[in-house]
Write a protein that binds this ligand. Structure first.
Ligand SMILES: Cc1ncc(COP(=O)(O)O)c(C=O)c1O
Length: 399
């Protein structure tokens, strides 16, 4: 079947449902085109995207600088593997490392968040010669075998049965629960510094320092899963090194989501000490570091820099918090930058639904009362005002 511009939602959704496994509960929207914070559907409707295509559209949909770079790269070379050198890859690695905290000096490229986490855990085991990994209740790290075994959140771990052995669960925000588990058999402590799926949960800055100190004392590798918090989302390039985490820099940072503006790409950033221990053939993947993905990485980072999006994230957060202060039913706003969880007294699903009916896309979370916002980093005041006004009308109608 070929789709004309006029193909209706009914035809598209029926065809997808016929030929694609039904593994996601989909919104009744068939996307056709995107521009910044807006998504346009096959039925000619326009939606404000405060979900950012699952936190991927950091630079906004189809940022012209990224599109141009991809167009130019696609005319030169789509792909070659890590068996050859490439200027496109060299530039991407240099740019990414140059923006990271100075302790993180080398990148390993892969294709997704779960793959970045699998590799981070493997690196930690190789580095320490130990096997166990401590992760946290509420954390989400992906769906491949090791990453899902590290995910102590709802049903996910059970989906991955039989789980990889050696994964142990600590309580997020409670240093004593980590201390009790962190013996000489533990290779790594891995955490989402802001737990997104759990309802955008963040710890006190001092907690991250305590984790760093504990890992140093016991020679354990500290891994930040920055698949969501990385690449500008919190208003800093990374949570690693930011004031929200008391300047703590882990030994490994994992990235994906917004790193390629929609082109699949993941990465692990590591310290010199770790890089020195990794040898040929220890890690690998055919597609990691391919030219199209690398062009996307460089252009994504440049777009964020050129458009001063980090400053915009901070301003947008301030304005959102100010405006949401006026909305009585919003009992708390969790998170940082443009990774925010709006807490309501009751279930957030009807609010998500009401917003969707009024053409605003948001996200839910595993905390039933929390609505998640993960918009493009270029979100501006008029769109925030539109969101708050629409939210108020949804809430008014619900009462
Ligand atoms: C914090 C975190 N880590 C890892 C992943 C897995 O990433 P991917 O879906 O690219 O494998 C996700 C995905 O939602 C995530 O939010």
């Amino acid at each position: 079947m070929t789709f004309e511009a006029t193909t209706s939602f009914a035809e598209i959704s029926a065809t997808e449902e016929q030929y694609q496994l039904a593994t996601y509960k989909k919104m009744p929207v068939a996307v056709e085109r995107g521009d910044g914070v807006w998504i346009y559907t096959s039925d000619g409707e326009k939606y404000l995207d405060l979900y950012g295509g699952h936190a991927v559209a950091g630079t906004g949909h189809c940022h012209p600088h990224v599109v141009k770079a991809l167009r130019e790269q696609s005319e030169k070379l789509l792909f070659y593997s890590n068996l050859v050198f490439s200027e496109t890859r060299a530039r991407a690695a240099e740019k990414l490392v140059s923006l990271a905290p100075p302790q993180l000096t080398k990148a390993f490229f892969c294709n997704s968040g779960t793959e970045a986490n699998e590799n981070a855990m493997r690196i930690a085991r190789m580095f320490t010669g130990r096997e166990k990994i401590i992760t946290f209740s509420g954390g989400f790290h992906g769906r491949t075998a090791d990453a899902i075994s590290a995910t102590f959140l709802g049903k996910y771990r059970d989906i991955g049965k039989p789980n990889v052995p050696g994964h142990i669960e600590a309580e997020f925000g409670n240093i004593e629960s980590v201390r009790a588990l962190a013996d000489g058999t533990v290779a790594a402590v891995m955490l989402e510094p802001i737990q997104s799926m759990a309802g955008v949960r963040m710890a006190e800055a001092a907690y991250y320092r305590e984790l760093r100190t504990l890992c140093d004392e016991r020679e354990i590798v500290l891994i930040y899963d920055e698949v969501q918090t990385g690449v500008g989302r919190t208003g800093d390039w990374f949570f690693a090194g930011s004031s929200a985490g008391d300047g703590v820099v882990p030994d490994i940072v994992t990235l994906a989501k917004a790193l390629g503006s929609g082109v699949p790409v993941g990465a692990c950033l590591v310290t010199d000490a770790i890089a020195d221990k990794i040898k040929e053939n220890d890690l690998g993947t055919t597609f990691g570091g391919g030219m199209l993905a690398m062009a996307a990485v460089t252009a994504t980072l440049e777009a964020i820099e050129n458009d001063k999006m980090l400053a915009n994230v901070k301003n947008a957060e301030l304005h959102l918090r100010e405006r949401l202060n006026e909305v009585e039913q919003v009992v708390a706003v969790h998170g940082r930058g443009l990774l925010l969880g709006l807490e309501f007294p009751n279930k957030a699903v009807p609010i998500h639904q009401g917003l969707l009916e009024r053409k605003i896309i948001t996200g839910t979370s595993s905390d039933a009362r929390v609505l998640r916002l993960l918009p493009p980093l270029c979100l501006k005041t008029p769109e925030i005002d539109l969101f708050v006004a629409t939210l108020e009308s949804v809430l008014a109608q619900a009462n």
